[in-house]
Design a binder for this molecule. Structure first.
Ligand code: ADP
Ligand code: MG
Length: 735
C-alpha cells in the first residue's frame, strides 16, 4: 500500500473538506470564470466532478527507454531534448509538424498531423516526453502522432516520475487541468471516507484522500494501481448498494408470493416432456424454484446461448405459478417468437391442463377482447405475447410470475410495466446474450443468476469464416453449393442508413487516434429500433441484385423491419416451407426462427455488429442435423476490427465472445447510456474487474442485511454518498 500523503501540515476541518466536494468548481484556486465555463462544457460543475475527471493515461518516466533501446514496433515512452521543429505542408490542406528529439543515444523524429500550432509552442531545447509506437523509415526511428508531453521543469508541474494526462479541452489544456485538479485536491484534503473502516482494512484499501491524490498526482504507477483499486471498489459498492436498496423499495409494503414448487402441474409437466432435462437445466430449474419459493419478489436471470433449452425451464416456472393458484405472463420481443412460444409452450402446458392464450399486435379485436376478459377473470392461466401485453387494459386477476424472453430487447420501462401487472410478481428473465456474471451483477445488483452452457442436443458442426468483401464470391459459392444440395441460406445485411454511416465514419476517425489502446468501433445493432434508419430501397436492391446475379436459379425473398406483421409472417412461412431458398434479412430479430434446413449464413458488413450479436445470428444455422457454414464479410481494413471478427472463427463459446466483446469495447459502449447507474462507474472495467465486482456485490448485500437503512454511525457517510450520487430515487426498478 502506498504511503498516505499529507498535502498540508494542518488539514482543513474534515467536515468542511467533505462538504467542499459539492461546492462549485469556481471555488478552486485558478479557476477563473472563463475556465469554469470551459469546465462546465466538459460536464465539470462541482469539485466532486473535477476530482472525478481521472487521468486518461499516465506517462511513466521511470520506464522511459533511451532512443537506442527503443525497439521498432514497440510502444514506449522516450524523453529528450528538442533539436529541431519544422512545419511542413505536403498538401494544401494538410499540415504537419516534424520534431526531432535527441537524448544522447540517438535521434527520434516525431510527426504530428494537423496541429500547426505546435510549431510555435515547441522550441529547440525544450524537454519533451513522447509515448507511442516506434516506427522506422528513411533511416530514422520515428513516432507518428504520439502522445506528447512538455516536461517544463521550471513550472514545477510534474512532481514525480509519472505524468498524469487528464482529459482536457481546448480552453483548459492537460497541463492546466493538472494544476487545477491539484488545487481541487487541497480543498478536500482530509475529507471523510465513506468506506467503513473494516472494509478498508479487509481489502487493504487506501483512504479516499490518499486515493484521490494518488490517482491525480502519483509518484509511481503502483500508486495509480492502488488508488484505482480503491476508487473502483468504492464506485461498485455504492452502485450495488443503490441497486439493492431500490430493489428492496420495490418490494416494500407489497405482498410477494411464496410459490409452491412441487405441485401437480409441475409433476405432470415432468412426465409429458418428450426428453429428459440436462443436468444444467435441472440445476437452473432448482435455482428458479428456490427463489420462487421464497416469500420475497424474485429477480432471476437465466442465461444461456441460443439453443440451450431455456424455454422448457421457463415452462416449469410457469407451471409452478399455476400450481400456486397464480397467473403468469410471458413477454417476447417479436411476433414471430411469441407465436413460436404459443405453439411450443402452449402445446406442452396444454397437455397438463394449463390454459394458455396468445396476444399480439395482430390479434383481431374481437379475439383480443375475449382474451383480455378471460385473463382478467382468471380463466387464462398463462398469457403469452408481445408488447401488446403491456397495454393498460390487459390486467391479471392474480399475476405471480412475469417471464421476459430475450430480456435485453426490452427497456427498463417495459419490464417495469409488465411487473406492474401484479402486486409483487416474481420476475424471470431469459437471455441469450451471454452477459458475464460480473457484468450482470454490476448492472443489475439484486439479481440471482443461472447459466446453461451446454446445448442439450448434439448439434452438427458449424464453421465460421471471415472473408474480405473482395472475396465474397467464396461465400456465395458455399451458399450455391448448399442450395444445390436442397438446403437454404440466409443473407444478413445491416444496410444501416446514412446517419449510421456517418456515425461510423466518425468513430473510425476517433479510433485511429485511439488505436494504440486497442479500441475499435462497433456499431452495435441489437433490435428494430437500431435499424429505424434502414434504407429499405437499398435492401430491396441488394435482394434484387442477388436474385439476378448470384442466385438466378433460386428464389430470393426479402425480410425487413418495415414490413407489416402479416407480410413478415408470410415471407417466413414461404422460407420455412422451402418455397423460397434464400432469405435476405435486414433485421436480426426476424431471423429468430428455427429453419433447420437453412445451413449457410452470409453476414454482410459483419464488422458493424457486436460479437455477441454475430454469435446469436450464427446460432440460426447448424442447429439441427445439418452442418452449418457462416461467412462474415467485411471490407474493413482495420486490423483490430478484423482480429475481432477472427475470434468468431476460433471460438464457439458465446460467453467467451461476450467477455472478449467487453474487453474490446470502450466503457461507454458497454455500459451505454441505456443502463441506469452506469454513469457512476468511471474507473471500473467490467471485463477486467470481475473480482472487485463480486466482492462489492457480496459486501453490499451483507451491509444491507445488517443495516438496511445504513443508519449505523459507521455507515452514515455511505448513506450520504448514496443520496448525493443517486438523488432522484424513483422507486423504479432497474432491471
Ligand atoms: P433457447 O435457449 O434458445 O430458447 P429453446 O428453448 O428454444 O432454446 O430450445 C432449443 C431446442 O432444444 C428446442 O427444440 C427444445 O425442444 C430442445 N430441447 C430443450 N431441452 C432439451 C433436452 N433436455 N433434450 C433435448 N432437446 C431439448
Ligand atoms: Mg428462446
Amino acid at each position: 500500500m502506498a504511503v498516505e500523503k499529507n498535502k498540508s501540515a494542518l488539514p482543513p476541518d474534515r467536515l468542511a473538506a467533505t462538504l467542499a466536494l459539492e461546492q462549485p468548481v469556481s471555488r478552486v484556486r485558478q479557476v477563473s470564470p472563463a475556465r469554469a465555463a470551459a469546465l462546465e462544457k466538459m460536464g465539470i460543475r462541482t469539485i466532486r466532478d473535477l476530482l472525478a475527471n481521472y487521468p486518461r493515461r499516465y506517462i511513466d518516466l521511470s520506464a522511459v527507454k533511451s532512443i537506442a533501446q527503443a525497439r521498432i514496433g514497440e510502444s514506449c515512452t522516450i524523453s529528450g531534448t528538442v533539436h529541431e521543429v519544422t512545419l511542413k505542408k505536403p498538401r494544401p490542406r494538410l499540415s504537419l509538424v516534424e520534431i526531432s528529439i535527441v537524448d544522447g543515444t540517438g535521434v527520434l523524429i516525431v510527426t504530428m498531423f494537423r496541429q500547426p500550432w505546435l510549431a510555435e509552442s515547441i522550441k529547440q531545447g525544450d524537454r519533451l516526453a513522447v509515448a507511442g509506437k516506434v516506427e522506422f523509415s528513411y533511416g530514422f526511428k520515428r513516432m507518428t502522432s504520439p502522445f506528447l508531453q512538455e516536461l517544463d521543469e521550471a513550472s514545477g508541474q510534474v512532481s514525480g516520475m509519472v505524468v498524469p494526462v487528464h482529459p482536457a479541452c481546448e480552453k483548459v489544456s492537460a497541463a492546466w487541468m493538472r494544476r487545477i485538479v491539484g488545487n481541487g485536491l487541497e480543498a478536500v484534503s482530509g475529507l471523510h471516507d465513506p468506506l467503513p473502516l473494516d472494509l478498508r482494512l479487509r481489502y487493504r484499501l487506501m483512504s479516499r484522500t490518499s486515493a484521490l491524490s494518488c490517482i491525480h498526482e502519483p509518484l509511481s504507477m503502483e500508486e495509480v494501481r492502488q488508488a484505482r483499486r480503491r476508487l473502483a471498489y468504492e464506485e461498485l459498492l455504492l452502485l450495488e448498494l443503490h441497486l439493492m436498496q431500490e430493489g428492496a423499495l420495490r418490494g416494500m409494503g407489497k405482498k410477494a408470493t411464496a410459490h409452491v414448487t412441487d405441485g401437480l402441474y409441475v409433476a405432470a409437466l415432468d412426465t409429458v416432456l418428450p426428453f429428459a432435462l440436462t443436468d444444467e437445466q435441472k440445476a437452473a430449474r432448482a435455482d428458479i424454484f428456490r427463489v420462487m419459493a421464497a416469500p420475497t419478489a424474485a429477480n432471476h436471470m437465466l442465461l444461456g446461448d441460443v439453443g440451450t433449452g431455456k424455454t422448457v425451464v421457463a415452462a416449469f416456472a410457469l407451471a409452478a405459478a399455476v400450481d400456486t393458484g397464480g397467473q403468469a405472463m410471458l413477454l417476447a420481443p417479436t411476433e414471430v417468437l411469441a407465436r413460436q412460444h404459443a405453439k411450443g409452450l402452449g402445446d406442452l402446458l396444454g397437455q397438463v391442463g394449463i390454459t394458455c392464450a396468445l396476444l399480439t399486435g395482430s390479434t383481431p379485436p374481437s379475439e383480443r377482447a375475449q382474451v383480455v376478459a378471460d385473463f382478467a377473470a382468471g380463466e387464462i392461466d398463462v398469457l403469452l405475447g408481445t408488447h401488446a401485453l403491456l397495454e393498460d387494459d390487459v390486467v391479471a386477476k392474480n399475476l405471480t410470475l412475469a417471464v421476459v424472453d430475450e430480456q435485453q430487447r426490452f427497456g427498463v420501462d417495459q419490464r417495469a410495466k409488465l411487473l406492474g401487472k401484479g402486486e409483487a410478481p416474481d420476475a424471470l428473465f431469459l437471455t441469450a446474450t451471454p452477459i458475464p456474471r460480473s457484468l450482470a451483477l454490476a448492472l443489475f445488483g439484486n439479481l440471482t443468476l443461472s447459466y446453461i452452457k451446454q446445448r442439450p442436443l448434439q448439434t452438427a458442426p458449424r464453421v465460421t469464416c471471415v472473408v474480405h468483401k473482395d472475396q465474397r464470391g467464396i461465400a456465395y459459392d458455399a451458399a450455391l453449393a448448399a442450395l444445390a444440395r436442397g438446403e437454404q441460406a440466409y443473407v444478413v445485411c445491416p444496410l444501416v442508413g446514412k446517419d449510421s454511416a456517418e456515425r461510423d465514419a466518425a468513430s473510425v476517425a476517433r479510433r485511429d487516434e485511439e488505436e494504440s489502446e486497442g479500441a475499435c468501433p462497433i456499431v452495435a445493432i441489437e433490435g428494430d429500433g437500431d435499424l429505424a434508419h434502414d434504407d429499405v430501397t437499398a435492401a430491396s436492391r441488394e435482394a434484387q441484385i442477388l436474385q439476378e446475379t448470384v442466385f438466378i436459379d433460386y428464389k430470393v425473398e426479402l425480410l425487413h423491419g418495415k414490413m407489416g406483421a402479416a407480410e413478415k409472417q408470410a415471407v417466413m412461412e414461404r422460407f420455412r416451407s422451402g418455397e423460397t431458398q434464400v432469405l435476405v434479412a435486414t433485421t436480426v430479430i426476424e431471423v429468430g426462427v428455427d429453419v433447420p434446413n437453412a445451413t449457410v449464413m452470409i453476414i454482410e458488413d459483419a464488422d458493424r455488429f457486436g460479437l455477441s450479436q454475430l454469435h446469436q445470428l450464427r446460432g440460426r444455422v447448424g442447429r439441427g442435423r445439418l452442418a452449418g457454414e457462416v461467412y462474415l464479410v467485411s471490407a474493413s481494413k482495420h486490423d483490430a476490427a478484423l482480429a475481432r471478427l477472427r475470434a468468431m472463427e476460433t471460438t464457439d463459446d458465446g460467453f467467451e465472445l461476450a467477455t472478449l466483446d467487453l474487453s474490446l469495447r470502450r466503457e461507454g459502449d458497454i455500459l451505454g447510456n441505456r443502463q441506469h447507474g452506469a454513469s457512476v462507474l468511471k474507473l471500473v472495467n467490467v471485463a477486467r474487474d470481475g473480482r472487485i465486482i463480486e466482492a462489492a456485490h457480496a459486501d453490499a448485500a451483507a451491509l444491507l442485511e445488517a443495516d438496511p437503512q445504513l443508519e449505523a454511525p459507521d455507515h452514515q457517510a455511505l448513506a450520504r454518498e448514496l443520496r448525493i450520487l443517486f438523488p432522484q430515487s424513483s422507486g423504479n426498478i432497474y432491471m
